[in-house]
Each structure stands twice: as structure tokens, then as C-alpha cells.
Design a protein around this ligand. Structure first.
Ligand code: NDP
Length: 402
């Protein structure tokens, strides 16, 4: 039983806090801190009403290391679950090192002024965490997170060597708005407008954003969707830790309306990250756009449909080639019924809770900085089944993927 400090009271923070609160035998005390304390208080109130559990709250600017260290020294948690924004990863890791606290996040570091995310900055902390006797678990959301676990689980139980990996993220949910993003709009738009990179024959190959698409029919009648190849951060760690991979690609579904709006917003400069002068004031177009768009944490009651996220792995077992698909399907309204959030926040928040549980229970506790697939997938996958994200495995699914 351990005390945890959750930082970030957005869509994902709400789900992690609900899910940790459901397990008092693991998370004996929970403190939720964020930039806007009223959002923490609103989540704490939901949990008190639905579960009768009291969550403490605090205000913190996670860009400010001394302020974070002060909070960590006051709270004295076993670990931090960082579900603020990728911009805060390094400051929170610095504070954890200074205060002697374990660390977990769901997205890799991205500098505010460059739309570029990669693990190099966080991998550099390996020696410092190891020397301090602390663990940092990177990318414990769904993708990255569950997708890394799916790959590791399939590689461990179904193959001698894996050669081809396709991660397919379909959101068949509809929120009824012409344009809205399911998680932080700024992070989402930076991600989907980036050049595409996929792994092929030992190197990353770059192609224009959204230039390759195919149709994908999900199992269990979730539907048929256009999926677009894009870069996603787990490709970097998975290709490093599975050097037998000849090709690794990430695909995400997007509707026509989303893509049309994104194209127009891009064409008129609204997705830019460079500050511009507006009537004597500096504004960053994408940050202004975020203020106009629906807050993802409000999409819960109106989003209907299902997500279907999984990995198709091709490789060799006993000298023969085979293909295995592992996936989870989650219904947006079921998530709303349980934790008052839509499925994108839910599918991120549950693996964050499970990753933290693995650390609290000592199943994964190891000094240093770790990506998910470097750890044993079995206890994590068992908990996916138990805590709201059950998975299915299909051998020889018969997909005809590019
Ligand atoms: P939101 O924008 O809804 O929430 C972010 C929260 O962080 C807000 O409460 C915000 O505060 C807070 N915050 C931002 N800056 C600071 C700061 N300097 N100090 C303290 N708190 C701060 O985002 P989401 O909940 O949608 O996403 C959270 C994280 O989860 C992101 O890193 C995102 O990339 C990641 N993610 C990962 C996924 C995965 O599958 N691996 C999928 C989806 C998201 P305020 O309310 O004041 O703005």
C-alpha cells in the first residue's frame, strides 16, 4: 500500500485518479495536483460522491522544479504519476530525483518550441535514476503503453522472432462536433501534422504526413475505417528493443471531417507553433486554437461508439511464418458510465494506473529508466483483463495490410 501523487487534472488525470481510488489496497493515499486546483477539487468531488473516498488536492506549476520539489517533500509519495503535458516530463523527472521519488508518465518529452518528440532526452536520465535507486517508467498509456505490452506479450508467447509490426488505432467514436480532439488539442495536432516516419530495413523512412492510407475492418463489428500511417513514439523504443523487426508502422483512423478541418486550419496558419504579433500581444496560433476547441474532458457524455486498438505481428515460430493480432475494444459510453470520461482518456488512464500498480507491488520495481516492453508483460496483461481493458488474441486474422 503506497501513497501516490498524480500530476495533471485533465481528461487522463481524471481517469487515473478514479481508477487508483478504486484500489485502496494498492493506493492507500492519493494526492491530485495540477496547475488549476479547482479542476483537482472537481475530480475529488466526483470520487467522493461515487466511491466515498477522499482525495487530497494541491496546486503546482510543474514547469518549476523547486515548486515541485517542495510539493514532493510535503506529500512524500512513493511515486509520481505524471499525466500533465509532455512539456513537463523533464522538470518532473528532475524533481523526482531531487526528492527521491519514483516516476511514471504516458507520453515522451517534447520541447515546447519544437514539435518533435523522441526518447533521447529521457533515456539520458538512465544513469541518474539508477544511481539514485529510483525507477522511471516511460509511456504507460495505451499507445504508447498497452501497445508496447501487446507487442511484448505476443513476442514472448507466440513467436521465436518477430519481423513485422503494425499498430492500428481506430477510434470509431462520434462526439457530434465537426472538429474536436479526444486528448489535449495542442499535443494531438502537433502529433498528427508531423511528418510520417516508419521503420523499414534498419532505418526510419520519412514520408509526408497522412500520405499513406488503407481501409481496415475491425473485429467484433466495430466497423470499417480509413487508417493513415503516421509516426508514433513507441516505434522508437520497440524497434530498439526488438532488433529483429524488419518493418514497424503505426496507423490511426481519422474521419473526413477531422482531416478537412485540419487541412484548412493548417493552410490558414492556425496550427502554427511560432508566436505571432497580434495587436501588440504575442500569441501562439495553436494555443489560441486550443482555447476555441471543445475541452476533451467534456466529450464524455456525447461520445458514442467504440475504440479498437491493437497490434498485428508477423514473425517466425518453429521455422514457420505466422501472424497474430491482439487488441482491445472499448465502448465510449461504458467508460462514461464508470468514470465520467470518454474512451480515449479511459484507455490511457487505466494502463497508467496498472503501470503504477506494477511498481507499488514491486512486480516491476527496478532502478533506472525503462520502456514498458523491457518489463515482463504477463502481470500487466492480467491486470488489463481485470481493470477494464480486456484483450483478445486472434491467430491468423487474415488481414491484407499494406
Ligand atoms: P489535458 O490537456 O486534458 O490535461 C493536462 C493537464 O495537465 C491539465 O489539467 C493541465 O492544467 C495540466 N498542466 C499543464 N501544464 C501544467 C503545468 N505546467 N503544471 C501543472 N499542471 C499542468 O491533457 P490529457 O489529459 O488529454 O493528456 C494528459 C497526458 O496524457 C498528455 O501528456 C498526453 O500526451 C498523454 N496522453 C497519452 C496517451 C497514450 O495513449 N499514451 C493518449 C492520450 C494522452 P490546466 O487544467 O491548468 O490546463
Amino acid at each position: 500500500m503506497k501513497k501516490v501523487l498524480i500530476i495533471g487534472a485533465g481528461g487522463v488525470g481524471q481517469v487515473v485518479t478514479h481508477k487508483c481510488a478504486q484500489l485502496p489496497e494498492v493506493f492507500s493515499e492519493i494526492v491530485l495536483a495540477s496547475r488549476t486546483q479547482s479542476k483537482c477539487i472537481a475530480i475529488a468531488k466526483q470520487i467522493e460522491e461515487s466511491q466515498g473516498r477522499i482525495i487530497e488536492t494541491a496546486r503546482v506549476d510543474a514547469d518549476n522544479v523547486p515548486e515541485l520539489v517542495g510539493l514532493l517533500n510535503d506529500v512524500q509519495p512513493f511515486m509520481v504519476i505524471n499525466v500533465a503535458l509532455p512539456y513537463q516530463d523533464l522538470t518532473i523527472m528532475d524533481a523526482c530525483l531531487e526528492a527521491g521519488v519514483h516516476y511514471l508518465d504516458t507520453a515522451n518529452y517534447e520541447p515546447l518550441e519544437t514539435a518533435k518528440f523522441e526518447y533521447s532526452w529521457q533515456w539520458e536520465y538512465q544513469e541518474r535514476f539508477e544511481k539514485a535507486g529510483l525507477m522511471a517508467l516511460l509511456g504507460s498509456g495505451f499507445d504508447p503503453g498497452a501497445t508496447n505490452m501487446f507487442t511484448a506479450y505476443i513476442a514472448k508467447h507466440y513467436f521465436d522472432e518477430i519481423h513485422y509490426l503494425d499498430i492500428i488505432d481506430v477510434n470509431g467514436g462520434d462526439h457530434g462536433y465537426p472538429f474536436a480532439t479526444n486528448f489535449n488539442p495542442e499535443i494531438n495536432i502537433r502529433e498528427v501534422t508531423a511528418e510520417c516516419r516508419h521503420w523499414e530495413d534498419g532505418a526510419f523512412v520519412t514520408t509526408p504526413a497522412m500520405s499513406t492510407k488503407q481501409s481496415f475492418t475491425c473485429p467484433d463489428e466495430v466497423g470499417t475505417y480509413n487508417i493513415y500511417r503516421m509516426y508514433h513514439e513507441e516505434l522508437e523504443s520497440l524497434t530498439k528493443h526488438y532488433p529483429t523487426l524488419k518493418r514497424a508502422q503505426f496507423w490511426m483512423s481519422f474521419g473526413e471531417s477531422y482531416l478537412k478541418h485540419l487541412e484548412v486550419l493548417g493552410n490558414v496558419g492556425m496550427t502554427g507553433i511560432e508566436p505571432i504579433d497580434f495587436k501588440g500581444q504575442k500569441i501562439v496560433p495553436i494555443q489560441f486554437l486550443k482555447e476555441l476547441l471543445p475541452d476533451p474532458s467534456t466529450l464524455g457524455p456525447r461520445t458514442k461508439g467504440k475504440t479498437c486498438i491493437g497490434c498485428v505481428v508477423r514473425g517466425i515460430k518453429d521455422g514457420k511464418e505466422k501472424t497474430v493480432y491482439v487488441y482491445n475494444i472499448k465502448d465510449h459510453q461504458d467508460c462514461y458510465g464508470e468514470v465520467q470520461s470518454q474512451a480515449i482518456s479511459y484507455t490511457t488512464g487505466v494502463p497508467a494506473m496498472i503501470g503504477a500498480k506494477m511498481m507499488v507491488e514491486g512486480k516491476w520495481l527496478k532502478d533506472g529508466v525503462w520502456n514498458m516492453e523491457q518489463l515482463d508483460p504477463d502481470p500487466f496483461m492480467e491486470d488489463m483483463n481485470l481493470y477494464g481493458l480486456p484483450f483478445k488474441v486472434i491467430e491468423e486474422p487474415g488481414f491484407d495490410l499494406i
